[in-house]
Design a protein around this ligand. Structure first.
Ligand code: LR7
Ligand code: MN
Length: 516
């Protein structure tokens, strides 16, 4: 790992990946490349070829580049937790922090090794960082603890007035730190994330991206959502202002040290990975804080398609447990909604949450209904006629998203009772909605597409007749029908005949007061 080529590459400004350009691996090395990819679930061979201090493009909005910041910004500790991270990505994160942060603002870097197994992350790491010009401390978890408890450890040994968390495969660009500290400094209850750019897991190319906000899906995973009109208007065209965001991705943010304590740090009962980002987002908003994205701060992150590490206890168990804890503590009467979508979550053993409930009482936090009304109105339908599977009377099969995203046909599959892809809501706005997608028919005879809900009725408006059990698409005046002809895996649209094949059972009609 520490061979001489690293040192040479470190000096080569025309080298691979400079300026954020993609690294192309020669054909002859492809086999080796694929082998190495499995170690971290990113192109380790490419990463290892790139200098630890490579140059990057300046992707900030124009107005950010000449911004003047106050000279009394608070100092920050940067806390980076890792488990079995690659040398090159970890150290490139560290170098990008050191090279692109004003020395006066950087208290220290704290690396928390969450019981990694690779030898190069032991003594060689200690030795390497001891020679850097900024104090870098390495602390080690005695046993695999997960990123949540590792961050708690890092925070507890750090000393800066602000704590800035980063994932272990990031690259900070010019001017990344000042916009974060400039928000947290004067507003102790404001927690700020940078705009997160994409470092390709295949080529390590750096791609600047426009700001998107944080949201969450019905199964309680973080997702990106477009900026709503209201937030755009509040900014009056100024692209340099920070955005308020309903949630944060979780890995990259700055928080005032005292506020981190006051607001209840993290839920230490959460394991390994997942849920802590949404938990902290709800907690901040519901308990009187503000969550923002600083549009002038750009940090890249290697987005991976899979986790390279183990989840002791099983991935799905861990994630359901963490999610269940946040649902129980923060979501009040809305928890049933999430249990319908993820029945497994409703069955998982989630441990003791007494101290988190006590925290919520102590801080006198607002209800989840307030969050949904004020912060994130589009998260889930607050009024709906039904939520659950949509089952065809003739075939006994269910509507199913088949895991497909926007602008694809909705499918049909055997009903499985496991929630997820078979959960649809017939809403008070007369949409058949699954997550942020609505069933949409553009012409007579179909197809039935899943399109981002637009709340403008039109092609997304359906009448349900609870006696005839028919779902009538208003614009075409046709009925949703079973799969027919060549296409056995998608529902069809036919003139209404009220046959069994056009009858659909909507489940879990929880709000009968909504008249049809
Ligand atoms: O057991 C573990 N111990 C750890 O120390 C598991 C992970 N980790 C470390 C890991 O080495 C990494 O540095 O924790 C960090 C985050 O793990 P990743 O990189 O595997 O997670 P991710 O980038 O896929 O996931 C996002 O969601 C997580 C939910 O728990 C965390 O909040 C991550 O920090 C978060 N990453 C980001 O927000 C970066 C932007 C990605 C997006 C969207
Ligand atoms: Mn990550």
């Amino acid at each position: 790992m520490l061979d001489i080529s690293f040192v040479l590459l470190y000096l080569n400004k025309d080298g691979p990946g400079e300026g954020g350009t993609p690294v192309i691996i020669p054909k002859k090395d492809e086999k080796k490349m694929k082998e190495m990819f499995k170690i971290n679930e990113f192109n380790l061979m490419a990463s290892d070829m790139i200098a630890l201090n490579r140059t990057l493009p300046d992707v900030r909005p124009e107005g950010c580049k000449n911004m003047i910041y106050p000279n009394d910004l608070p100092r920050t500790s940067v806390v980076i937790v890792f488990h079995n991270e690659a040398w090159s990505t970890l150290l490139r994160t560290v170098h990008s922090v050191i090279d692109r942060s004003p020395r006066a603002l950087l208290e220290e870097i704290v690396l928390v090794d969450d019981a990694s197994q690779m030898d190069f992350l032991k003594l060689p790491l200690d030795e390497y960082v001891s020679k850097l010009e900024v104090p870098v401390r390495v602390v080690r978890m005695e046993q695999r603890s997960g990123l949540i408890r590792a961050r708690l450890k890092g925070a507890s040994v750090s000393t800066g007035q602000v704590i800035t968390f980063l994932d272990a495969h990031c690259e900070c660009t010019t001017g990344w730190l000042e916009p974060l500290l400039a928000r947290v400094g004067p507003n102790k209850r404001t927690v700020v994330s940078p705009a997160i750019d994409v470092i390709s897991d295949d080529t390590f190319a750096y791609a600047g991206s426009d700001v998107q906000l944080g949201g969450f899906s019905w199964n309680l995973h973080f997702n990106w959502v477009p900026i709503p009109k209201k937030e755009m208007e509040r900014r009056k065209g100024d692209l340099t202002l920070p955005f308020r965001t309903p949630t944060m991705a979780g890995g990259l943010f700055s928080i005032d040290r005292d506020y981190f304590q006051e607001i209840g740090t993290y839920d230490a009962g959460m394991d390994i990975w997942g849920g802590e980002n949404l938990e902290m987002s709800f907690r901040i908003w519901q308990c009187g804080g503000t969550l923002e994205i600083a549009a002038c701060s750009h940090v890249g992150h290697v987005f991976r398609k899979a986790a390279p590490y183990t989840f002791p206890g099983g991935r799905s168990h861990v994630i359901h447990k963490n999610s269940r804890r946040l649902v129980e503590v923060w979501m009040d009467e809305f928890k049933d909604f999430f249990f319908t979508v993820s029945p497994e979550m409703a069955r998982v053993d989630y441990g003791n949450i007494t101290s988190r409930l006590a925290l919520r009482r102590k801080l006198q936090c607002k209800p989840f209904s307030w969050y949904l009304e004020t912060v994130y109105p589009d998260a889930i339908p607050r009024h709906y006629y039904s939520l659950g599977e949509v089952r065809n009377v003739d075939t006994d099969k269910c509507l199913d998203t088949r895991g497909r995203k926007a602008n694809k046909k909705v499918g049909i599959a055997n009903c499985h009772g496991q929630g997820g892809n078979q959960i649809f809501s017939y809403t008070a706005d007369k949409e058949i909605k699954t997550d942020s997608l609505c069933l949409d028919v553009a012409k007579r005879g179909g197809p039935v597409m899943m399109i981002t809900c637009h709340l403008e009725k039109g092609n997304q408006m359906w009448d349900y007749d609870p006696e005839k059990l028919s779902l009538i698409h208003v614009a075409t005046n046709q009925c949703l029908d079973k799969a027919r002809g060549k296409n056995r895996k998608a529902p069809s649209m036919r003139d209404c005949r009220h046959s069994y094949s056009q009858q659909w059972l909507l489940h879990n009609a929880t709000l009968p007061e909504i008249s049809l």
